[in-house]
Each structure stands twice: as C-alpha cells, then as structure tokens.
Design a protein around this ligand. Structure first.
Ligand code: HEM
Length: 502
C-alpha cells in the first residue's frame, strides 16, 4: 500500500524548510527584527494590528530601523526623525512609490487615483489636483472664502444647542464634508440631502475599512482572500459603499458635462473636464473618466475624517486644559475685532493660538503610523541596506514623542512652538502631514480649515465638560487615524458677534 501519510508529512516538512530558507535569505538582506512565524509572520506580536506604541516599544529592542513581517511581506519600520527625514525628504524620490494594495485594486479594478497610484499617472493626477486646489475661485468663491462660510455655519449649528451637552463630531463632519464637496462639485449640499449623507457615510466607511483586520489580511494573503470575499461581510459592505460613492460622483460629472462652459470653470470637476478635453487624442494620457472619479473619491475620503478628527482633538484638548483655552480667547479678543473675518493669514498675528493648534496635532499624532511607501531602487537608510521594492512604514508618532526633539514630549505644552519672546516657531520634527514628494496633498487646505474653524469656534464659545463629568479621556481609538473616544461638550456662547462672512 502507498504510504500516504508519511509522504504528506515529508512534503509538508519540505515546504516548511523551503519557506524557512527563503525567509532567512530575505531576512539577511533586511534590517534585523523579530523572527517571523510561518504564515502569520510577526502579526502575532503586533496583536494583528499596527499599533504606534507597539512599534515604538519594538524599537527599544531592535533599534530605530527594523523589519516586521505582515504575513509573507516584510515591512521596514522607521522610528526616529533622522531615519524618516532621510527616507522621505533626503531620498524622497527613492521612497516615492506606494506598495500594491490588492484590497483596493480588487474593489476598484485597478490602481488609479492618487493615494494608491504610482509613476507617471500618479505624478500627473497629483500635480493637477494640487494646482487646482491652489487656484480655485476668487473672493467668496475661493477655497478660503468657502472655509470661512462653513466656519460660520458650524458656529450657527453649535449655537442652536444653546450650551446643552452635545457631541460636536457630527456637526464638524457635516461642515467639513460640505466644504470639500463644494470645492469638488461647486455647490453646497443641504444637510437634508440623502446624497450628501451617502457621500459622508460612504467616505467614512471606506476610510475605516482600510484599517480593518480584514483589509490587512486581504493585502497579506490576496490570493486566498479573493476567494473568500463573497462571504466576508466587511469587504462586501466596502464594495457597496464604493459603488454608491462612484454613482454619486458620476451623476455630478454628468450634470457638469451638461452645463459645462470651458471658459468659466466653476470647480474641480469643470477643470478636470477641460483636462480630459485637452488630452482626448492621447491614448496614453492618465486623464481618464475612471481616474477623475477616483481622484475625487480620494480627495473626499482623505480629507473628510482627518480634518474632522483634527478639529475634534483640538476641542477636546481645550476642554482638558481650560486655562490654555482662556489664553487663546484672550489673544483672539486682544488681536481681532469681534466682527473681523478670520483668514489663514491671521495666524501670523495670533502666535499663541497657532502654537496651540500645532500642539494639539503633535500630541494627538492622529496619523501615527503614516502610510506605507515603497522603495524604488536599492539604497541605504542610516547605513542599512534597503533593497528595491521594500515597503517602509514611517512611525510619525515616534517623531512627535521624541525627547531629542521636544522638551516635554508627553505633556501638552504650546511652548513647543513658541520662542522665548512668544513668537511662533516651527519644529522640523512636526510631521502630521508626513513629508517629501508624497506629503499630504491637502496640507494647505487642512491647515486653513483647522485654523479658521478653530479660531471661529473659540471666539464664539467656551467649550467645557458637561456637569458631572470629572475626567476627559484623551486615549485614542485605533484606526487608520487615531481618533478621540466619542465625547460630549457644552458650547457656552461668549459675548462676541458672530462672524459676518455668512
Ligand atoms: C488634518 C488633516 C489631514 C492630515 C493630518 C493628513 C495627513 C496625511 C498623511 C500623513 C498622508 C500620507 C503621506 C505619505 O504618504 O507620506 C496624507 C496623504 C494624502 N492626503 Fe492628507 N491629511 C489631512 C487632510 C487632507 C485633506 C483635507 C485632503 C484633501 C482634500 C487630503 C488629501 C490627501 C491625499 C490625496 C493624500 C495622498 C497623497 C499621495 O499619495 O500623493 N488630506 N495625508
């Protein structure tokens, strides 16, 4: 009789030894790190999630640059400012690519848009989007005019609560969603509009899905997960959300096509339509309708939750440190008149307020583990060889809490951004938007929104904990961005005139 079991066991032992040798060979060319287990790699010691503090703890054992294995995929983690600066700034082009994201590609059908694309197509979409965001509109139609308008709407929405305890998150989310929507689609949505709710809900769901275990497993084991997809609830739900977002964006594009006057561009879509027209005879042009849909989706998804969470953290920290909130309000009272329309330029005459906003971003470090980059050629980082194709993960949290760069890293301290005379001063280790050629495309937009929303809110209200609440939880919830636990705040009206920009 054929000895089936011994043969199978022998085959298994052979596969195991072959796999082990392959991994060992790969490890010898990578920075050192914990030994990976078959199949799961180091996912066990990570608790199956990428936690910024775990990454930092591992650095004390393996050094600031080490390798972790997510399944079969090695990831080089960077845990200090010098390494991140060397990778993202000094050798920016060598680390400019994104690794493949099979989960995303499977949802969308290809690696398009900005966030997950590479090479010529990425460069063109990115350059076009940056220029368009910079040049869009004039006066009240300008990006800043839109931010000022939405800041007023947000103040009015919170004023309606009349100081009662409320969770500011959904009002902020609505304002930010409408703001980005206006830039892209050229009109404000009514908050009763189902399509607007669909856009906001879908974008949030897609953003949240990207950090779920399921999407990480998908990227670690794409060939297995592809077959399981129809029975995994979260991938099917992400697919449904993507389809709904696509439908709304395509409807907007069609309505723009019907009323399009090339000489009078109204918004992002109009300018993209002009780009399509310009490149219509070039079969290799990356300006396609699929890319237009995905770029719009990328901007909406990347901008919505991040900006909302950043402002939520800022309000939470103001309630945690009421004396700092008062100092901000004193500066606003002294420097600005009550009816002054606050612009981003005003940050230069509001150094303390500006420092406080920066400090809330540093301490909350909401984009803690940045986004994966891929190395485009054999290179070195701090003397360690990194071969072409290696995936790197900049741990931005480690930089924001580095005692070599911050006087009191674990303390909320606006002086981190002030010189001895009280002037605002930047710190090169402040990287919430990352750095280099892949730096956040919406950085200027996000900074403007954060500054104008924050100053308008603090001029209009004193934020305080509801009666009976003694302690504020500033521990984050882990996700693709670190966000605060849901909290209630009372927005008590101050004696100021509402912003007249409405
Ligand atoms: C406080 C708000 C925000 C924070 C903290 C933030 C942070 C980041 C970070 C850390 C990255 C990854 C950069 C890298 O790969 O190294 C990123 C990428 C990106 N962000 Fe933001 N972001 C914010 C708001 C926005 C807004 C408002 C938009 C657009 C409306 C936007 C659009 C993008 C896009 C498109 C990318 C991908 C860039 C590329 O791959 O070339 N972000 N952002």
């Amino acid at each position: 009789m054929f000895p089936v079991i011994p043969v199978l066991l022998g085959l298994l032992a052979f596969l195991f030894a072959w796999h082990f040798l392959n991994i060992q060979r790969a490890r010898s060319k990578l920075p050192a790190g914990p030994a990976p287990l078959p199949v799961i790699g180091n996912m066990g010691i990570l608790g199956f999630q990428i936690h910024h503090e775990t990454l930092l703890k591992l650095a004390s054992r393996y050094g600031d640059i080490y390798t972790l294995w997510l399944g079969h995929t090695p990831i080089v983690v960077l845990n200090n400012f010098e390494a991140v600066k060397e990778a993202l700034i000094t050798h920016s082009e060598d680390f400019a690519e994104r690794p493949r994201n099979p989960c995303f590609e499977n949802l969308v059908g290809s690696a398009c848009g900005i966030i997950f694309s590479n090479g010529h197509a990425w460069k063109q979409q990115r350059r076009f989007s940056l220029m368009t965001l910079r040049n869009l509109g004039l006066g009240k139609r300008s990006l800043e005019g839109c931010v000022q308008h939405q800041a007023t709407c947000l103040v009015q929405a919170l004023a309606q609560e009349k100081g009662r305890p409320m969770d500011p998150y959904s009002s902020i989310l609505s304002s930010v969603g409408n703001l980005i929507g206006n830039v892209l689609f050229g009109h404000w949505f009514s908050t009763a509009d189902d399509r607007f709710h669909c856009l906001v809900k879908g974008s949030k769901a897609m953003e949240e899905f990207s950090s779920t275990l399921c999407s990480q497993l998908y990227n670690a084991f794409p060939s297995v997960m592809k077959h399981l997809q129809p029975i995994i609830v979260s991938t099917m739900s992400a697919l449904r959300h993507w389809k709904k977002l696509e439908l709304i964006i395509r409807e907007e594009i069609q309505s723009h096509q019907r009323s399009w006057v090339p000489e009078e561009p109204r918004d992002f879509i109009d300018l993209y339509l002009a780009q399509l027209e310009k490149n219509k005879d070039d079969p290799n042009s990356p300006f396609t309708e699929l890319n237009m849909v995905q770029v719009i989706m990328d901007l909406f998804i990347a901008g919505l939750d991040t900006s909302t969470i950043a402002l939520s953290w800022a309000l939470l920290y103001m309630m945690t440190y009421p004396e700092i909130q008062e100092q901000v309000q004193e500066e606003l009272n002294t420097v600005l008149g009550p009816s002054h329309v606050i612009s981003y330029e005003d940050r230069k005459i509001l150094p303390f307020t500006n420092a406080v906003i920066h400090e809330t971003q540093r301490v909350s470090s909401m984009t803690a583990t940045g986004v994966f980059h891929k190395c485009t050629k054999d290179t070195k980082l701090q003397g360690l060889p990194i071969s072409k194709g290696t995936i790197i993960l900049p741990n931005l949290y480690s930089i924001h809490y580095d005692p070599d760069h911050w006087e009191t890293p674990h303390k909320f301290n606006p002086s981190h951004f002030l010189d001895k005379d009280g002037n605002f001063t930047n710190n090169e280790a402040f990287l919430p938007f990352s750095a280099g050629v892949r730096v956040c495309l919406g950085e200027k937009f996000a900074r403007t929104t954060l500054f104008i929303f924050f100053t308008n809110l603090l001029r209009a209200f004193r934020f305080q904990m509801p009666e009976g609440v003694k302690e504020i939880n500033t521990e984050p919830i882990l996700g693709s961005a670190l966000q605060p636990h849901p909290f209630k705040a009372c927005a008590i009206a101050r004696k100021t005139v509402l912003n007249p920009a409405a």
